[in-house]
Design a protein around this ligand. Structure first.
Ligand code: SF4
Length: 333
């Protein structure tokens, strides 16, 4: 999961511009922004096929690279512990995300409980590891999407979506029937199945993946043994980039593309030097990127030195120097 703020403190009550009876009002305000591609997928019937294909990967579950094979429909969870029912931790409108995403009206966010990667330094461990949240159905998820749209943000982001992609696409189809039309974002840890990401071609408008570790052995130490993190993340992110390309903007607001995130870790455990060269060479030097210096010891970090301390200013400066030397220049924070 990306290092995101809790969504329980959204400041959206003052937002106006779209009445509850006019769910298409937001589209009228986005004259320069093309409609989300999932609308055409729905009209053509393709989105229904994708939904069906995704549910086939759900039980036994092969939705992520953990490949648990868990019979989730029978109430048996895998590593992520999510079986047939799922939870949402919070939803609302967020003004803390990157500027091209939050714009002036904020970014809608739906923070899904649990996670398939399970970092030992997780800053949202109560949600990702413990699963705090309220039991939700796809129909209720669709209602949340509509509730957010009525608040008139620029987009809606699913945070930690990997283990719930079929439920999200089902909710999306229900919401489309109710007038949903905002760009859809996926905010992920990068630990994704290539097969699933391919099924999301045309469904997701903006991907916000982390690329946390360049070395899978290091990744396994800090993610409860997640196999081959670096290889899976690299393949999935390249596929995301193939689908949507670099971040595209109109009037300073992103409507399609990829915005990479990377958390700098103490003693360069996340190998930022390798990461920035990978982005420049395998994606594009034009890639928009957030190289975060916000790491702080959380959850079980104290058991895993050097993760028991914050990064220093020098370490973050070094990370930014590596990024600039690699040719990257579209930075966000
Ligand atoms: S989504 Fe959960 S149950 Fe499915 S393979 Fe991944 S960790 Fe296992």
């Amino acid at each position: 999961m990306a290092g995101v703020a809790m969504l329980g403190s959204f400041g959206c009550s003052g937002i106006v511009g779209q009445s509850e009876n006019n769910p298409r009002g937001a589209r009228n305000q986005r004259r320069n922004i093309p409609e989300p591609r999932y609308l055409e997928l729905e009209r053509s019937g393709e989105l229904a096929h994708r939904e069906k294909a995704l549910w086939k990967l759900y039980s036994p579950c092969y939705l992520c690279p953990r490949l648990c094979g868990a019979k989730r429909a029978e109430g048996i969870g895998g590593y992520c512990t999510v079986a047939s029912s799922f939870r949402v931790a919070s939803y609302g409108v967020d003004f803390a995300t990157e500027r091209p995403i939050r714009g002036t009206r904020g970014s809608g966010g739906i923070f899904l409980s649990n996670c398939n990667l399970l970092c030992i330094f997780c800053q949202n461990w109560q949600i990702a590891h413990r699963g705090d949240g309220s039991v939700t159905t796809p129909d209720q998820l669709a209602n949340m999407m509509m509730s957010i749209q009525r608040r008139n943000p620029h987009n809606v982001s699913f945070i930690s979506p990997t283990h719930l992609v079929p439920q999200i696409v089902s909710a999306l189809r229900i919401a489309i029937g109710r007038g949903f039309n905002l760009p859809l974002l996926f905010d992920t840890s990068g630990y994704e199945s290539l097969e699933v990401i391919k099924l999301l071609d045309g469904v997701v408008d903006i991907y916000q993946p982390d690329f946390k570790f360049m070395d899978s052995e290091i990744a396994a130490r800090f993610t409860q043994g997640a196999p081959n993190y670096a290889e899976h993340a690299a393949a999935a992110i390249k596929e995301m980039h193939r689908q949507v390309g670099v971040l595209k903007m109109a009037d300073g607001l992103a409507y399609r593309g990829i915005l990479m995130r990377h958390l700098v870790l103490p003693e360069n455990l996340s190998e930022t030097d390798k990461f920035v060269r990978w982005v420049a060479n395998e994606l594009s030097p034009e890639t928009h990127i957030n190289i975060s210096g916000q790491f702080f010891p959380a959850f079980r970090s104290n058991e895993f030195p050097p993760l028991n301390r914050r990064i220093t200013r020098t370490e973050h400066n070094q990370a930014m120097t590596w990024a600039r030397d690699a040719g990257l220049h579209n930075f966000h924070s």
